[in-house]
Design a protein around this ligand. Structure first.
Ligand SMILES: [Zn+2]
Length: 314
């Protein structure tokens, strides 16, 4: 909305009043300490407010960037604004509406990233706001693996193509609600982010892209959050490495993948609720024993599920 249009808009006074109310709210929030990082850009007709959580992220965290656009765009008469985005390095992340005039992007970080200051750009309605976010380093556990002569199965093009296509999904509707549930009751045997040495050599590109739960074959696997079943892959169809696999699309670039299953109780396209049984623990594919591997992906990267399990994301 341009300055002149907002001045001559019949609801300009209402908009002004709302802006005052929202300024008061911001002040209150700050004084309560709820909003720990708030950047305000004051311009004559546009004031973009950006909130980043967590304020002190570490490698593996998901960074939530929420932008509030105080200019009310009501009804069908207002032009639909271009979807706002967040740029980080070479990547552009879409922002999705999470409530009236509030948009969010979820930015993945991983053990392969470098700690230091991240410079984000929030782009909305022709305005750009730069933000700096400190990304803390983190030590991940390491494992040493000694491999003998000759390799095992290397996986099939079919499974890699299907898994890659699944990980690229970004669908606009948010299907999850609240913190994610534990997908299996077994003990956690390998946490997210573990790095490896193979025959004494550090594997630069490897990190454990999920969490392992050890449980007997047949132990129930439930969905950590609501979603749509977007991938079902079976050993007999070429899922040689992953074994029997279920992929769940939670929406807005958030995905779960469950691998090494003994049984699959759902089909592609099914809508599932949090806690719904979808299959059972197994040891199919490349697996050293019965366990569930749950990978949580945000915009294509495997992130630490811990913040999703406990605090959750709105
Ligand atoms: Zn695993």
């Amino acid at each position: 909305m341009t300055i002149s249009r907002s001045l001559f808009h019949p609801f300009a006074q209402v908009a002004q009043a709302r802006r005052l109310v929202s300024i008061r709210r911001i002040w209150l929030s700050c004084s309560l300490g709820i909003v720990t990082l708030l950047a305000i850009l004051i311009a004559p007709a546009l004031a973009m407010q950006v909130q980043v959580q967590p304020t002190n992220p570490q490698l593996g965290d998901t960074i939530s960037v929420i932008m509030s656009a105080p200019v009310p765009h009501s009804g069908a008469s207002s032009p639909s604004p271009e979807r706002p985005t967040v740029t980080l390095g070479q990547k552009i992340y879409p922002m999705f509406a999470i409530s009236n005039n509030r948009y969010r992007a979820l930015l993945p970080t991983t053990p392969l990233d470098s700690a230091g200051t991240l410079t984000l750009q929030v782009n909305a309605g022709g305005e750009t706001q730069n933000l700096s976010v400190p990304l803390r380093n983190r030590q991940f556990p390491t494992q040493s693996i000694w491999l003998g002569e000759g390799g095992g199965p290397e996986g099939t093009d079919h499974e890699f193509d299907r898994v890659d296509a699944f990980k690229a999904l970004v669908t606009p509707e948010k299907l999850w609600n609240g913190p994610f549930l534990r997908p299996n009751q077994g003990e956690i045997t390998t946490v997210y982010g573990v790095q490896r040495y193979y025959n004494g050599e550090f594997a630069e590109d490897y990190y454990h892209r999920g969490v392992d739960y050890a449980a007997g074959i047949g132990s129930p696997v439930v969905t950590p959050a609501a979603g749509r079943i977007a991938l079902v892959g079976r050993v007999e169809d070429g899922f040689e490495l992953h074994g029997n696999t279920i992929g769940i699309d939670h929406g807005q670039g958030v995905l779960s993948i469950m691998i090494h299953l003994s049984r699959i109780d759902v089909k592609e396209g099914d809508m599932v609720q949090a806690g719904q049984r979808i299959g059972a623990v197994g040891s199919t594919g490349i697996s050293t024993g019965p366990h569930l591997h749950w990978g949580l992906y945000v915009n294509g990267q495997s992130v630490d599920p811990v913040p999703w399990r406990y605090a959750g994301f709105e």
